[in-house]
Design a protein around this ligand. Structure first.
Ligand SMILES: Cc1cc2nc3c(=O)[nH]c(=O)nc-3n(C[C@H](O)[C@H](O)[C@H](O)COP(=O)(O)OP(=O)(O)OC[C@H]3O[C@@H](n4cnc5c(N)ncnc54)[C@H](O)[C@@H]3O)c2cc1C
Length: 492
């Protein structure tokens, strides 16, 4: 299993082992269904990403009159399965990749739609590394010499052992329970970055650097609040849950939800302003250059904070809420997908995936559920997170593809020979995201989270950035369900 994504069960830390030994197995609770309403409300939902779809689903089921306004011509927002760019029915995930068996809300919608879970395709091959100017491969359980001047003990542990020692063993089982985030022993974690948390537990600079280049959370290691990482990125590891994808592509979840809500969704409407009155809320948008206005009793706004900061809201939000929306930290992501004629890496006995400290970041193989075969077409992805993603977002696609090929050749020397074409997905230059996902810095969870999700009059807020499980599909769904429940409660 790779160190790259959230797919793996990292192995249980001491806290998890203790919780399981005591028979206590924390699970993120699935939300209760709303009772049928006797006072139907007209509700506008901005955004047909997972948060908006979950909110609309719950409110429609409860009997409210819901209209979803979505700027794009498709549902799903940051869940995006790319297909048309590739041959032979191949697909690649440009947005959310790994669900977790710990995700109770995602599980509920996946089951309601009859979608099929798939395992990550593992051919049981070695992963490649290009770290410290050295290319090498490593199989499960194999001992090697890691770069960056680790201590002998750290070298023996390797990346997964370092995660256990410096991160998981320092977390209590409550970190897997989203509702527990305000408990004192957890909220204190909001005063440090993940890197400083590791250093305080004895990690060398080399160990911090090794995890920054081999783990899915790596790009955020020096900026992210330890609390935010603990509550959003590690619950699955703490409880020993497994990662999974949806057979045929993750976009089936938002597409399936949207199909059920088809009559409620209006695509192609970019909202630019929200006005709250005493008795209703009014939303102004544009569709194909024409002004459009909508009114309702209540509004659920799921626009990412990175975009919402430029939406005109009248009367102005309280200063504290406006500040949280404008200052919340985001992590940029850029993904470049290269189709190759054949999965040539099988010749070398490696999986195709690679962990690098090169500008191309981490290399993933798609489709995620398919381990591939030596003579079949496949897709290699360069996954870049952090400041470089913003630079790539401003670079023409042809230049990004060429630069990716140049760097990728250092890891996969045959790539240019087998390369057939590629496509980039920059989330930083996507006008409806402008970044990647929220990544609270120290102080921003305890300082901003309650404010970000607080309703103001008739306006309710949802989206991954309003959830303690930020930057996850489950967090987005949870936030939508929570906002639906607020609206529903307000009607009785
Ligand atoms: C590269 C990447 C990898 C990820 N990997 C994982 C992973 O492995 N596992 C995981 O659980 N999560 C992952 N995530 C996070 C997950 O995808 C998000 O948390 C989730 O999809 C966010 O849903 P949302 O509804 O909050 O926001 P969005 O999906 O962004 O939905 C917001 C919607 O609002 C619309 N909108 C924006 N502005 C306007 C406007 N002005 N007018 C009208 N509509 C507007 C947008 O078009 C969009 O459809 C990843 C995200 C990214 C970007």
């Amino acid at each position: 299993m790779t160190e790259l994504t959230r797919r793996q069960v990292v192995g249980l830390g001491a806290a998890a082992a203790a919780s399981l030994a005591s028979g206590w197995r924390p699970l993120a609770a699935a939300s209760e269904r709303l009772a049928p309403t006797r006072q139907p409300q007209r509700v506008l939902v901005i955004g047909a990403g997972l948060a908006g779809l979950a909110a609309a689903w719950e409110l429609v089921e409860a009997g409210h009159e819901v209209t979803v306004l979505e700027a794009r011509s498709r549902p799903g927002g940051r869940i995006r399965t790319l297909r048309s760019a590739f041959a032979d029915g191949l697909h690649a995930e440009a947005g959310g990749m790994a669900f977790s068996t710990h995700d109770a809300n995602a599980g509920r919608y996946i089951d309601a739609l009859g979608l099929v879970r798939g395992e990550f395709g593992e051919a049981g091959l070695r992963d490649l590394y290009h770290l410290g100017d050295r290319r090498f491969s490593k199989g499960p359980g194999e001992r090697i010499n890691w770069p960056y001047g680790l201590t002998p003990e750290e070298n023996q542990l390797g990346p997964r052992g370092l995660v256990n020692q410096y991160i998981l063993d320092g977390l209590t089982p409550e970190a897997a329970v989203p509702e527990a985030w305000q408990q004192a022993q957890l909220s204190v974690l909001d005063s440090v970055t993940l890197a400083d948390f590791m250093r305080a537990r004895g990690a060398s600079e080399g160990a911090v650097r090794l995890l920054s280049n081999t783990m899915w959370f790596g790009a955020a290691i020096e900026v992210a609040s330890m609390m935010s990482i603990a509550m959003a990125d590690f619950p699955s590891q703490i409880v020993g849950a497994a990662g999974f994808v949806l057979q045929g592509g993750n976009e089936q979840l938002p597409r399936g939800m949207a199909a059920r809500l088809s009559r409620n969704i209006r695509y192609g409407i970019e909202v630019g302003a929200i006005q709250e009155g005493h008795e209703q809320v009014r939303v102004h948008g544009r569709q194909a250059g024409e002004e459009r206005a909508f009114t309702a009793d209540r509004l659920i706004c799921t626009i990412p904070a990175s975009v919402l900061r430029d939406i005109d809201i009248a009367p102005a939000l309280p200063a504290e809420q406006a500040r949280a929306i404008s200052e919340l930290n985001y992590l940029g992501v850029a993904r470049t997908f290269l189709q190759v004629r054949r999965a040539f890496w099988f010749d070398e006995g490696v999986s195709g995936r690679a962990h690098t400290d090169l500008p191309i970041g981490q290399i993933e193989r798609h489709p995620l559920s398919d381990p591939g075969a030596p003579d079949a077409r496949s897709i290699l992805e360069s996954h870049v997170r952090g400041p470089h993603a913003y630079e790539l977002g401003e670079t023409p696609q042809a230049d990004v593809l060429e630069a990716t090929l140049v760097d990728m050749e250092r890891v996969h020397p045959q790539i240019r020979h087998e390369y057939e074409g590629g496509i980039t997905k920059s989330w930083t230059s996507d006008p409806y995201v402008r970044s990647g996902f929220s990544m609270a810095t120290p102080g921003q969870v305890t300082g901003f989270l309650e404010t970000l999700k607080k309703p103001r009059g008739r306006i309710h807020f949802a989206g991954e950035h309003t959830s303690i499980m930020r930057a996850t599909m489950e967090g987005a769904l949870r936030s939508g369900v929570r906002a639906a429940s607020e609206v529903h409660g307000a009607s009785t």
